[in-house]
Design a protein around this ligand. Structure first.
Ligand code: HEC
Length: 119
């Protein structure tokens, strides 16, 4: 009996830590963005086939990413490509992600481009 309680407790802790790590910025990126933008942010995810009308942004291109402010990036993530007159192939995420998760993603992208963007 005591062992069962211990087992259940440890399983609970395992699930709780997994749920917590699921909202880590890198995990959010892998789950929601990498299929188009690629695991390393180079815009080469498995979703991007030859007939993909617009290439997803390559986040490792520092010069391009430098033109975007953190607020620009946040708006595009929340409202999708058309928010910045970009392709609607970039989906809106405001119904899926929390503000905190989006802030985390902005930092993940800044890590890929190794840039801070315009103020
Ligand atoms: C279904 C494919 C797809 C997914 C999934 C996707 N994107 Fe995109 N994303 C695109 C495409 C395509 C563009 C390029 C739009 C353009 O240049 O017109 C883009 C562009 C962007 C841009 C650049 C906008 C600009 O001004 O150049 C950012 C930032 C971005 N995506 C972030 C994300 C983040 C963060 C996620 C995950 C939450 C994500 N994207 C998921 C397809 C996708």
């Amino acid at each position: 009996m005591k062992n069962t309680t211990l087992l259940i407790t440890s399983l609970l802790i395992l699930f709780m830590t997994q749920a917590a790590s699921a909202s880590e910025p890198e995990a959010v990126f892998k789950f929601y963005c990498a299929q188009c933008h690629g695991l390393s942010g180079a815009g080469d995810g498995p979703n991007v086939t030859a007939d993909f009308a617009t290439d997803p942004r390559n986040f490792t291109k520092t010069a391009e990413m430098e033109k975007l402010s953190d607020a620009d990036i946040k708006n595009v993530i929340l409202d999708g490509g058309p928010a910045l007159s970009k392709s609607a192939l970039m989906p809106p995420w405001s119904k899926t992600l929390t503000g905190e998760e989006v802030d985390g993603l902005v930092q993940v992208l800044r890590g890929f481009c190794n840039c801070t963007g315009k103020p």
